[in-house]
Design a protein around this ligand. Structure first.
Ligand code: SF4
Length: 301
């Protein structure tokens, strides 16, 4: 027996900058359950569209019609776990020995990291839960220092040994927020650690790499999976909940939370651009910055 459904227009759906709506809300007429479908493909690969729709449905189920900080943090945690599961499953299919990433290998931790606001809240909540007051003060100072150092610099300039991620323990190459690390860090991988090291640490090789505009030699599916999950979150929260899902830069977002977590949380939940001061400027005009959060890669309409 086929399911009878009715289309349900999201009461406050917000269109994107080009006037488009990507998601469509349906209600099963028998059970009353709501679910989301894509109005049209966002990605060229169908499996990515399915993942995107799954992430958008998870977001709608977890937020239950009303976004709160706790629910948004839970949603980000769920997206982080799902991205890791998918990435690990996909990486397991790579030919043995081809993926070069190892614990302590940190060449990809010296660049701008793109995140969404829910990831920012989840990382901050993780810090509040796991660090002492003294550790939080020290971390806030460290983040402020790196924020000032990188402020206004193009992302190409921040791809440099001089600009480590705020959460990298440089001596050991360890990520200090591994359990709560951003979605993009979970999809990132390399097929050639030597290439990663050379292009980060040798100025001539770095210049050639940046000039080429090419990506690194990576297994693309985990990165595409992260893009799809991130896009599902971005579309669900912006279109159905009218929340600002503009991509953020990790250090700037953490600095904004360390200097005013409560107003940032309540402004963002009220639909305001709580992080606007951190996303004005070159970083957000940068296509690579938007791509890392999964808002590009749309097939032609
Ligand atoms: S959050 Fe962790 S994994 Fe991601 S760039 Fe920073 S140190 Fe590296």
């Amino acid at each position: 027996m086929s399911r009878r459904t009715e289309k349900k227009r999201a009461p406050r759906a917000r269109r994107d900058d080009r006037g488009r709506l990507h998601l469509e809300l349906h209600r099963d007429s028998q059970s009353g359950a709501e679910y989301i479908e894509l109005r049209q493909p966002v990605f060229a690969e169908d499996w990515q569209n399915q993942i995107l729709a799954g992430a958008a449905n998870t977001a709608h189920q977890l937020l239950s019609g009303e976004a709160t900080v706790a629910r948004v943090v839970e949603l980000a945690g769920s997206a982080m776990s799902a991205t890791s599961r998918l990435a690990e499953g996909l990486l397991a299919r790579a030919p043995e020995g081809s993926v070069a990433c190892r614990a302590g290998c940190d060449h990809c931790c010296y660049q701008v990291v793109g995140i969404t606001p829910p990831e920012a809240f989840a990382i901050f909540e993780h810090l509040e839960r796991t660090r002492s007051e003294q550790e939080l003060v020290e971390l806030a100072n460290h983040v402020a220092e790196l924020y000032e150092k990188g402020r206004g610099k193009p992302s190409a300039e921040r791809f440099s040994p001089d600009h480590p991620c705020a959460f990298l323990e440089v001596a050991s190459g360890r990520c200090t927020i591994y359990e709560a690390r951003p979605l993009s860090c979970r999809g990132m991988n390399s097929l050639d650690a030597g290439e990663c090291a050379t292009r980060l640490r040798e100025p001539a090789a770095r210049a050639r790499f940046l000039e080429s505009g090419l990506g690194s030699h990576s297994f693309l599916e985990p990165i595409r999976a992260f893009h799809a999950i991130s896009a599902g979150l971005q579309l669900a929260l912006s279109e159905l909940y009218r929340l600002d899902m503009h991509p953020l830069e990790l250090t700037a977002a953490m600095h904004a939370l360390f200097t005013g977590a409560e107003p940032a949380r309540s402004d963002w939940l009220a639909g305001r651009r709580a992080f606007e001061a951190t996303y004005s400027g070159e970083l957000n005009a940068d296509k690579a910055m938007r791509a890392v959060s999964g808002v590009l890669e749309r097939p032609p309409e």
